[in-house]
Design a protein around this ligand. Structure first.
Ligand code: VGL
Ligand code: ZN
Length: 237
């Protein structure tokens, strides 16, 4: 049992068919092997509606797709400079990806084998075709944390539910999991809440494999995210 002062949420990032081998268009190496860990976490006593899954939910032409550019870019290796749709002088550098998680396609579905009956709520991300969105909380433009147009929904839930701790798993460790966990700590701080963030290592796989994960882990720990093993979470929550 968790002490009464704690109110934990489980955040399952982008565990979707397109990020899983063998058929996903942006398959993360070994990505499907995280399912047992996530299903174990889903069976722990988190408040049911705070077992939250996010989905990367892109329209057919999204700025992050290599095919959305003319001439088309190289998936995985080309960088893209993306402008703020509301202020073209403000830009950020991102990366070109294979077409993935398009709304209405099988690759957008939550991964087969995930215990979806225990998921209390789904938050969609990456819906704006003009904006990359790795973090489930907000875009790289770092919009105000509660602005609903791009993200905002997740921070609002954590705030309204008086969440204290956020346990994070999913795909990919070196992209959307990393960005979401870092934002969880930073936005928690911005809102004066100090959300504690825990990333469960067995519940994460990375685009860059183990090397990608080691680098992501370094950033996470530097930002104040606790990277832990499943056993530690089982004991605490
Ligand atoms: C992701 C690349 C592009 C992720 C999403 O979920 O990590 N990576 N879109
Ligand atoms: Zn995406």
């Amino acid at each position: 049992m968790s002490p009464p002062s704690r109110r934990p949420a489980l955040l399952i990032i982008d565990v979707q068919e397109d990020f899983c081998p063998p058929n996903g268009s942006l398959a993360v190496p070994d990505g499907r092997s995280i399912l047992p860990t996530i299903n174990t976490l889903l069976a722990l006593p988190f408040p049911p509606h705070l077992k939250i899954a996010t989905k990367d939910h892109h329209p057919p032409t999204h700025v992050s797709f290599h095919t959305s550019h003319n001439p088309p870019l190289q998936p995985f290796t080309s960088t893209i400079t993306i402008a703020n749709p509301n202020n073209p002088n403000e830009t950020y550098v991102s990366q070109a990806w294979p077409v993935h998680c398009v709304v209405g396609t099988p690759g957008n579905d939550l991964a087969d084998g995930l215990d979806v009956d225990k998921i209390g709520r789904v938050v969609l991300k990456g819906r704006d075709p003009r904006v990359e969105m790795y973090s489930a909380f907000r875009t790289p433009l770092r919009n105000p944390p509660l602005e609903t147009e791009n993200g905002g929904e997740l921070a609002k839930i954590l705030l309204e539910e008086e969440v204290t701790d956020v346990v994070v798993v999913g795909l990919a460790g070196d992209y959307c999991v990393k960005a979401s966990a870092v934002d969880c700590v930073e936005i928690g701080r911005e809102l004066g809440k100090g959300w504690r963030c825990w990333v469960v290592e067995e519940g994460v796989r990375s685009v860059g494999g183990e090397e990608g994960w080691e680098e992501a882990k370094r950033v996470l720990e530097e930002k104040g995210v606790a990277v832990v093993r499943l056993d530690a979470v089982k004991e605490q929550f």
